[in-house]
Design a binder for this molecule. Structure first.
Ligand code: UDP
Ligand code: MG
Length: 319
């Protein structure tokens, strides 16, 4: 049988929930092995994303107790997206299918079986889609759902309510690694690859232990990245806005000239000049800001720096 599954679990300061999560994940994996859905060489790979707590020590201990657990340690914190990719890149040499799943098990591990079944049905990508967001606060639900809609409006090919809980075949991961970009937005990149895909829905659970490692700042950065890495619509919107403004200005100029010439209005232009300068400066600054964002991105992509460096590996498997 050639159905080796690797669960890739990014971990940043997760010492509190790793032990519990490892028990659940191991149980799920063994269950699938017993049901002969996956190969017994299937493993759980924890990727330590430069944690400042004892996360790596916990992973090390888990590995020493049971070889089903493996560990990959990044030399510093590189963020969730890079940690996922590092794990996928490493594990693809051993696995036939790979699932990325958060360490706090908010993405229901019971869905793993459905994903595997869809893979066995011939799908190369299986997206985990959140069916309800009952456990999320109104603010989180509203902002997240509006964001998916905005992305779709911007022309980004994205699966609605899908984050980074997904199964990919070895082939898809190999293709994913051909993207040289450093500003990663995996949920935008994977649909670009194509291949037969399907979705499974699940209810997002509450974090088991610890707190979210995705503060508002990181979330906004990822959201902004999603737009600017995948859509040039903001640039086009500026151009459209510029054209609109030019036409309005010309119309105003003609109207006012006629009104002054026919003496319907007394000549009083100063205040309008000030308003126009203010408006024009504001618009120019916004335009420059957005342009700057793209220029900045181009610079980073041209540099094509390595995305991460692996410092340690725990694995006794042969390739
Ligand atoms: N994570 C990571 N690096 C980071 C931040 C988060 O690897 O810089 C991991 C984290 O350990 C977890 C997953 O990414 O496994 C999702 O993070 P979290 O649960 O804190 O995000 P939330 O569910 O609150 O959006
Ligand atoms: Mg979480």
């Amino acid at each position: 049988m050639n159905n080796i599954l690797y669960l890739v679990v990014p971990c940043y300061n997760e010492e509190e929930c790793l032990v519990d999560s490892s028990v659940v994940l191991k149980e799920k994996l063994n269950q699938l092995i017993n049901e002969k859905l996956i190969d017994e060489k299937s493993r759980i790979l924890f990727v330590n994303d430069g944690s400042k707590d004892k996360t790596w020590e916990v992973i090390d201990k888990l590995h020493s107790e049971d070889k089903i657990f493996q560990g990959l340690c990044l030399s510093r914190n590189k963020g969730h997206q890079n940690a996922c990719l590092a794990g996928l890149d490493y594990a693809k040499d051993y696995a036939d299918m790979l699932i990325t799943i958060d360490a706090d098990l908010q993405d229901d591990p019971n869905t793993i079986k459905n994903m595997v079944q869809k893979y066995l049905d011939g799908n190369e990508v299986v997206y985990g889609v959140r069916s309800k967001r009952k456990k999320d606060s109104f603010f989180k639900r509203f902002t997240a759902e509006s964001y998916y809609k905005l992305l779709q409006k911007m022309g980004v090919d994205i699966i609605y309510n899908h984050a980074d809980y997904r199964l990919m075949s070895k082939r898809v991961v190999t293709e994913l690694l051909k993207f040289p970009e450093v500003n990663l937005f995996l949920r935008g990149m994977v649909p670009q690859i194509g291949f037969k895909s399907d979705i499974v829905t699940y209810e997002r659970l509450e974090r088991t232990k610890g707190e979210s490692k995705y503060p508002l700042k990181k979330m906004l950065a990822l959201a902004w990245n999603g737009i600017t890495s995948f859509s040039v619509k903001p640039l086009k919107l500026i151009t459209s806005f510029g054209i609109f403004l030019t036409i309005v200005s010309i119309l105003c100029f003609i109207t006012f000239t006629i009104l002054f010439l026919t003496k319907v209005l007394n000549y009083e232009f100063g205040s309008y000049i000030i308003m126009t300068i203010g408006l024009a400066t504001g618009i120019l600054l916004i335009a420059m800001g957005v342009l700057g964002e793209y220029v900045g991105k181009t610079l980073q992509e041209v540099k094509a720096r390595p995305r991460y460096f692996i410092s340690k590996v725990l694995n006794d498997e042969d390739k």
